[in-house]
Design a protein around this ligand. Sequence first.
Ligand SMILES: [Mg+2]
Length: 326
Amino acid sequence: MNSEKPFSLDELPPVTSWLCDMDGVLVREEHAIDGAQDFIDALHEHEIPFLIFTNNSIYTPRDLSARLSHSGLNVPEEHIWTSALATAAFLTQQSPKSSAFVIGEAGLTTALHEAGYVMTETSPEYVVLGETRSYDFNAITRAIRFIEAGAKFIATNPDVTGPSEEGILPATGSVAAMITKATGKSPYFIGKPNSIMLRAGLNKIGVHSEGTALIGDRMDTDVQAGIEAGLRTHLVLSGSTTKAEINNFPFRPYKVHNSIADMVDVVIENYKEAEETGLLDKLEKDREEEEMLRSPGETKFDAGEDKKDEKDEKDSKKKLFDKFTR
Ligand SMILES: [Mg+2]
């Protein structure tokens, strides 16, 4: 959109990439929701970039992919985006390959490890709190002392409770509250409703907000984060929100649907429109250009053409700058 005036979301180009919440949208209590696999298949078949996201930081993408497959859904791990991965992406931008004292499970420790972080109990730069099933008083004591001594406090997600078959469980937000009470310091929460989780996801799959839509089942997390990230938001009523509850919020989703089953046609219609209008070809070209700029070392320049190359690079950097700042 090259418009200085406010514009309606209907004026945006067709959706060419998707972010989709997991619980209440694709699965409910470990069972696949009707239409979920058709939705995933439609994305695969047309090679549409997408991520399935969750605030749960316990599991690695591989674990989650296996759990989904148990529910009858085939989602390869590279399409799964957790608050733990978003935390690792955030910390890499803030302070690459630094150190952290971590309270969390494999989902978080693996993500930080792969991001080059050292997990330490000796003056860490960060205390990173994630979801766990076995809280350890000693670990919480150490976290509190590190924060007291100046470590920065980060938490994967703000959820205060999580579901289980026997009833609710205390979650990351509850333990964070205990640490906050002891230290007087609140964490920076990465997971939704913080839109940073979605923005980091867009970066991961190399797409932009204006061509991306989000599907979620909660107004206070999914839809709010989606709006703040500049995405078109589709609320499905298969999870924790009823139609009447939408009006309790001062913002509204772009569209409301009964379930993910209704999204299959929406995905395909948007894809066809993008193909027919030449948008897909244009995006492909843009992507190649951006990749070249991100890894200039791989481009071989002829020594005699240095000046010209410098100019070309300047031109294309300017183009990219214009693109991101419009
Ligand atoms: Mg949900």
